[in-house]
Design a protein around this ligand. Structure first.
Ligand SMILES: [Zn+2]
Length: 289
């Protein structure tokens, strides 16, 4: 058990688009109309599939998921039993932590919703599909997650995929939202390479995820993590390392094209955040990483 069974969840932090139907026949291209390939902060590098310009059909409506989530994901007990409720629980805990943390610094944290989708959905960064992987989109300040990704994390990326693997993924994406609020999520994040700005940005998001993990129990939503659960988080971080993904995809590792950092780096920065519990210890923009 991970979540406190009596914790009260806030379903208002999730926008549930599961059950929405994407446009029939994805009109990729469309004469260039609507191709808005803005920077999206995706969890993993490699070739997860780009966000393109195809969108939902006009008039697509939210499925029944929203109300179902609100009525079925009410407590920590629900989060212990269901994947979608668990994502909600993590989103609640992560945002509770950052709200307090910003307030302690005299700043105001602006909450960001997570969009749960299945299949395909539109975003301020273009169209996302299951193969995109979880991402944060700065223009609309939303986190996008397809729950099927966590199956893929186990089957394709070989992670154990325990509960904190999900927590790590959600916390990493909210790490980008925090960067966005702090103004450190700037253009230039496409700079590739092992020491480049993209890798540094991603490793800071991993570190921020670790900082939240340190304080997760204090948010009231979660019980203190066990060492096995932390190992699940580290395992997920390693699974989405650039070197691991490149090795399995092509059999070769090319640090010059890295965007997210190696498995070892991602584990190291999550650990740095977790052990220190201080976002100020997450300065990945200076020195060796
Ligand atoms: Zn990222």
């Amino acid at each position: 058990m991970t979540f406190n069974p009596n914790a009260s969840l806030d379903p208002g932090q999730i926008t549930d688009r599961r059950g929405m139907r994407g446009g029939g026949g994805l009109a990729i291209g469309g004469g260039g109309i609507g191709i808005v390939l803005l920077i999206a902060y995706i969890l993993l590098g490699g070739n997860p599939g780009d966000l393109g310009g195809a969108g939902l059909q006009p008039g697509a409506v939210e499925g029944p998921g929203s109300s179902a989530l609100a009525t079925e994901c009410k407590t920590g007990q629900n989060a212990n039993e269901r994947d979608d409720c668990r994502i909600l629980g993590y989103v609640n805990s992560i945002q509770a932590f950052w709200k307090d943390r910003f307030a302690a610094s005299g700043e105001t944290y602006s909450p960001a919703n997570t969009v749960l989708f299945s299949g395909v959905t539109s975003s301020g960064c273009g169209t996302a599909s299951s193969s995109t992987g979880p991402f944060y989109c700065p223009p609309d300040q939303l986190v996008y997650i397809d729950l099927d990704f966590f199956k893929e994390l186990r089957s394709r990326f070989g992670a154990s995929g325990g509960s904190l693997a999900q927590g790590y993924v959600v916390a990493h994406e909210y790490g980008h939202h925090v960067q966005d609020l702090l103004g450190t999520l700037k253009s230039g994040a496409n700079d590739q390479g092992a020491e480049g700005r993209s890798v540094r940005t991603e490793l800071q998001a991993d570190c921020f995820a670790g900082v939240w993990a340190n304080h997760a129990a204090a948010t009231g939503y979660l019980q203190p993590f066990t060492s096995e659960q932390i190992a699940d988080g580290l395992d997920a971080a390693a699974a989405v390392g650039d070197d691991r993904i490149q090795q399995s995809a092509t059999g070769e590792v090319d640090p010059d094209s890295w965007t997210h950092g190696s498995s070892a780096q991602r584990q190291q920065w999550f650990t740095t955040g977790y052990q220190g519990g201080d976002p100020n210890g997450c300065d990945t923009f200076k020195g060796n990483i």
